[in-house]
Design a protein around this ligand. Structure first.
Ligand SMILES: Cc1ncc(COP(=O)(O)O)c(C=O)c1O
Length: 398
């Protein structure tokens, strides 16, 4: 018999992965709502701080409930290690800043979630870290942007909100040829449909606020990577700067993970159906859905993703007025800037998540005034079809 434990399939890890039971052998994960830990004696406290005795010291840098969440995420992602953070943005900034110093250079795709773009375009340069933004679909631009001091390449795929898909394996190769690391924000794909580490990425980040909670309750984030990256860069950054996840939120996220694959499968099936319906509705054009054959990178989607997405982007005729009329006519789908929720949510990126960008930058990314982003939930598909159909008709009559 082999000594190597058999790797269990994701649906099993989502329910059982990472559990450490207390002396009470509870069924559900225990919530260790504590800031710190007590030591049997002063020698033990010293040994914990020296790292010669295992165990926790302070919840800013470690907590048993948070560890269970990290271990479950690592098992799901096929990563050696994970560190949880208070939000998705804390995960993104920790993944970048823990490894970058003044004089380094970052290359990122232009099509990034607004706050991620702020981190690369404005925050990094304030600390002497130069950045270049490229068209993520164009491998020649990634290559041309590389400089001798390039340390990190960063992308999200599919992108927020236009659902462009980037070739993670090819971009990882460009990074590695330059001695740099590739960070992938995998929020839109979810761990269910895309495994960036297996495609060659070095670091994966999530906003756990999205599908991982998936029920609109708490914020969270997670960074997944090799153990060496955690030991050399991430652990000390989190310990000393404190973007840590609260144990309570880790517990909620653990319960969210138990139903992640069920929710993502159903939400994706609903989204695929709704994308097909939207194509035929009055006043709706340019439906972008990674599961459809007319997606601009359909061949790449088939190669690197296991299924489409829970999100759809589409254009409503009449610009901002048309888009607003569509949103305001919806009865079941709610207007919100969040995504990945059990409830279907519609976002008008130009006036919310991507409002900060200059109009020219939005135009370059295809974020027109008529563009809508729809995060599809768990409702009955026929009710969703009825809702978007009556909203499209209302917007067209306007
Ligand atoms: C792609 C992407 N990355 C990162 C974030 C940031 O996550 P959070 O809101 O949890 O900080 C979001 C959403 O807000 C997102 O859509």
């Amino acid at each position: 018999m082999s000594d190597t434990p058999r790797r269990r399939r994701p649906a099993t890890e989502l329910v059982h992965g990472g559990i450490t039971r207390s002396q009470w052998a509870e069924t559900s994960e225990a919530l260790f709502l504590t800031q710190g830990y007590v030591y049997a004696n002063a020698e033990e406290a010293e040994a914990r701080f020296l790292g010669t005795s295992p165990g926790y010291q302070y919840t800013r840098f470690g907590n048993p409930t948070v560890t269970m969440f990290e271990e479950r995420m690592a098992l799901l992602e096929g990563a050696e290690a994970a560190r949880a953070t208070a939000t998705g943005m804390a995960a993104v900034t920790a993944a970048l800043l823990c490894q970058l110093s003044a004089g380094d250079h970052v290359v990122a795709a232009k099509a990034l979630f607004g706050s991620c773009r702020y981190a690369v375009e404005e925050l990094c340069p304030r600390f002497g870290i130069a950045s270049t933004l490229v068209d993520g679909t164009d491998l020649a631009q990634w290559k041309a942007a590389i400089r001798p001091n390039t340390k990190v390449l960063f992308l999200e795929s599919p992108t927020n909100p236009t659902l462009e898909v980037y070739d993670i394996a090819a971009i990882a190769e460009i990074a590695h040829d330059a001695g740099a690391r590739l960070i992938v924000d995998n929020v839109f794909a979810t761990p269910c449909w895309q495994s960036p580490l297996a495609l060659g990425a070095d670091v994966v980040v999530y906003s756990a606020t999205k599908h991982i909670d998936g029920q609109g309750r708490c914020l969270g984030g997670v960074v997944l990577s090799s153990q060496k990256f955690v030991d050399d860069h991430l652990q000390v950054f989190i310990r000393q700067t404190g973007p840590s996840l609260s144990p309570f939120n880790a517990w909620v996220l653990l319960k969210g993970l138990e139903t992640l694959s069920l929710r993502v499968e159903k939400q994706t099936a609903n989204a695929a159906r709704l994308a097909d319906v939207l194509v035929g509705l009055p006043g709706i054009s340019r439906v972008i859905y990674p599961g459809r054959a007319d997606h601009p990178q359909a061949a790449l989607v088939a190669r690197q993703m296991r299924a489409g997405s829970t999100l759809i982007a589409f254009e409503v005729a009449g610009g901002k007025a048309g888009a607003f009329a569509f949103s305001n006519a919806l009865e079941i789908v709610k207007i919100s800037n969040n995504l990945g929720d059990a409830k279907s949510l519609i976002t008008h990126p130009a006036t919310t998540t991507h409002q900060r960008l200059k109009p020219e930058a939005r135009a370059e990314l295809g974020i027109t005034d008529g563009l809508q982003r729809l995060s599809v939930g768990l409702e009955d598909i026929d009710d969703l079809i009825d809702d978007v159909t009556q909203a499209a008709r209302a917007a067209a009559r306007r």
